[in-house]
Design a protein around this ligand. Sequence first.
Ligand code: PLP
Length: 307
Amino acid sequence: MKTTCANMDTIDDRLATIDPLHKFWYKKKVANIDMLRLDKLHPVVSGNKWFKLRLNLIYAVDHGYKTILTFGGGHSNHLIAAAFAARAYGLHAIAIVRGKYDVLTPTLEACIAEGMQLIFVTQDDYKNKENDNWIRLLTADFDRTLIIPEGGANERGRTGAGLINRYIKKNYSHILLSVGSGTTLIGLRNKLFTDQHVMGFAPMKGGVYLKDYIGEHLTPEQNKNWTLTDEWHMGGFGKCSGELIDFMNAFYDENKIPLDMVYTGKMMFGLQKMLEDNQFNSADNLLCIHTGGLQGNESIKDRLIYK
Ligand SMILES: *Cc1c(COP(=O)(O)O)cnc(C)c1O
């Protein structure tokens, strides 16, 4: 990719590996399961966030923007990734943060440490996050500012996420990933071979509402062979039970792969149940995408056997 930005190679894409899961973990229910370790790209700008941000940041630099502005909650992997990546690209970063905090979360502390400016708005005001007039008022005092929607959910975010396909060989029959805004699923579904099944796991209650939005952003030819389930939300977005922690520890014990509690941990929990329930064919070759987000384990770190 050509760019005028000197810090372009902030993250080396080759750090992501494809690791096989231990055969014991899937007990002949399928032919093979591999995991694409996007979590290894960077401790902060991990996983899919990097892919969703990169084209946005390159665009900002190439078009003379000095500042980016984006949105998120107090535990958002997107915010800390944006804070770090913006700084690496020499851009000032501003976040509109949902809700007021008496005590800053570790994520918000880390955002500030990366030089991000935080603007707190009430849950109600936050609902304006896609309202151009509201954003214009908020940013009136700043330099020319590139607005990046929550979760990097714009065309450049989707296109960037589609580039994750460079790691994904044709012989995988199923590609599994966790879904928040749907941006990564859309980007990948549009890029992967049509006959590869893309399975999205939404970790929030009622997350299947995203199906319409996803469908609208897929090309007609690619709007097939994908599914979205919210069956494995395990109490709702960001909620973490003892059962989930036990599962994540057991998974680490067997596969030496650390999972996060918000996204990939719940997906793998769901996959385990689906395997037990014989929902796959014994010839299937699965690739699970580890979308990163390990910084989100901070609140349960004392109960995990890994860092
Ligand atoms: C943000 C995030 C997701 C969701 O990605 P979308 O593109 O918003 O669907 C999945 N996994 C992790 C670890 C994330 O941080």
